[in-house]
Design a protein around this ligand. Structure first.
Ligand code: SAH
Length: 435
């Protein structure tokens, strides 16, 4: 989501005032940091980044510094108190107002803060995308109304707000015309998507997926993040459509019902397993990835063992796991955190080793198979190689001509590395090149 928001900041600033992106902060007129406050560590990084930029501003006082995103939304004036050299503070819902905010900061020569929540105004004010690649993010909803006890999102991004379906489809039509082949629908809780179309008919995520699938040029569809509670049957049915990537990221957080209850996740492990079982009736070989929090207040060894056991039962693919981080204005922050840091670290390692083993097993089993790969760019390490992603979200590197960038090709997987795969173009794809 932050990546998408950052792209939109660049688009809005280019369209309104001709700003171009630069990788060199010393040569910039404007320095923006888009922040995340999901865990404390991410939040602390903001201030170390600002510390580095302060030195640049001391040399060049004309430079403007802006802080956007969820830390800005959470801290507001706290940012300019701690870092008085910051000129603009804006939240995730006000990034489209950046041009005005910069003007105001110029005129008034003091910090400008706008962290309000003007519902859908942002989406109505986005310019069309400029530089597209083979795969693109598109926001469909924002915020979350689930109020999980550990999570800061409802406080920073606000409650669930869905974009109009027509607006989403227009954006994807435009991207498809510019060459995008894969769409990743974004939201804090995409399966809570609910909006009325212009004929006043309710559109849910499963309906939206059909509309996206009908767009010419779009051949692969992903979405992130979804919630097990609203992982409804119609969404499972959507996987009958082969354009849906053979991959699902469905955060479970814990394998213990007791902890799930304390987390206020509103489902039990059984529900999660039932959803996966049903999905696998349609897609037996789908890769399932997840998010886990270890060391939630009160987590016992037994609770943690239940999480490990769930990993075995589901056979999760590459997943994300985190040590619980206490966040302001959340219910869990009031709970007594009795798990010591050492134990949390050990549990995290144990969980990660288990998940990585699973992921490696899945990668190994791919060796010798032919995979459909969407080529996104040249490989970073080797100029003559291309890199793209399989349906189950693995990067594959292989030899091939630049002219194939942006295309789907068949690749024979030859080797599984810890974080990527190696392969070679299958003969079908090679003959397509020579034509
Ligand atoms: N909408 C998703 C959450 C996405 S946030 C859901 O409801 O499942 C990405 C991940 O960050 C979460 O899935 C969770 O695993 C992790 N996370 C969120 N808050 C956290 C916290 N306070 N401490 C540690 N990890 C957290």
């Amino acid at each position: 989501m932050n990546e998408y928001d950052s792209e939109k900041m660049a688009d809005v600033l280019y369209e309104s005032q001709g700003y171009e992106l630069t990788d060199d902060p010393e040569s910039a007129d404007l320095l923006l940091v888009n922040t995340c406050s999901i865990r404390e560590k991410a939040q602390e990084k903001v201030f170390s980044q600002l510390g580095r930029w302060r030195k640049i501003k001391e040399k060049n006082p004309n430079i403007k510094i802006g802080v956007g995103g969820c830390v800005a939304s959470q801290e507001g004036e706290g940012i300019t108190k701690r870092a008085p050299f910051v000129d603009i503070v804006f939240g995730p819902q006000t990034l489209h107002r950046l041009p005005e905010l910069i003007d105001t900061a110029d005129r008034e020569a003091k910090a400008v803060i706008d962290i309000s929540f003007p519902k859908v105004e942002k989406f109505n004010n986005f310019p069309k995308a400029r530089d597209v690649q083979a795969s693109a993010f598109v926001s469909i909803m924002e915020g979350c109304s689930k109020i999980c006890s550990f999570c800061v999102v409802p406080a920073t991004r606000g409650h669930e707000v869905s974009r109009l379906p027509e607006q989403i489809i227009d954006e994807i039509n435009d991207l498809a015309m510019k060459g995008v082949r894969e769409i990743n629908l974004l939201g804090q809780n995409v399966n809570a998507y609910l909006a009325k179309n212009k004929n006043n008919i309710r559109v849910r995520l499963a309906d939206l997926l059909k509309l996206v699938s009908a767009i010419e040029g779009i051949e692969r569809i992903r979405y992130t993040t979804s919630h097990p509670l609203q992982f409804t049957d119609d969404l499972i049915e959507a996987y009958k459509d082969r354009k849906m990537a053979n991959y699902l990221h469905l955060p479970v957080q814990s394998g213990s019902d007791r902890i799930l209850k304390l987390m206020r996740r509103k489902y039990k492990v059984e529900r999660y397993l039932d959803r996966i079982k049903k999905l696998r009736l349609i897609r037996p070989d789908i890769s399932i990835s997840s998010d886990f929090i270890v060391g939630f207040p009160g987590e016992t060894r037994e609770d943690f063992e239940a999480t490990l056991s769930l990993v075995d039962q589901v056979g999760f693919d590459q997943s994300f796991s985190f040590i619980y981080s206490q966040r302001p204005n959340t219910k869990a922050a009031e709970m007594f955190d009795d798990v010591d840091h050492e134990t949390k670290l050990k549990r995290l390692q144990q969980l990660q080793i288990k998940i990585n083993k699973n992921a490696k097993k899945i990668s190994d089993a791919m060796v010798g198979t032919i995979q459909t790969v969407l080529i996104e760019k040249k490989s970073k390490k080797n100029e003559n190689q291309l890199t793209g992603r399989t349906e189950n979200n693995r990067w594959v590197n292989f030899d091939g001509p630049d002219s194939l960038i942006g295309e789907f090709v068949d690749v024979i997987i030859t080797e599984a590395m810890p974080n990527s795969l190696r392969g070679r173009l299958a003969s079908k794809s090679i003959s397509a090149v020579s034509i």
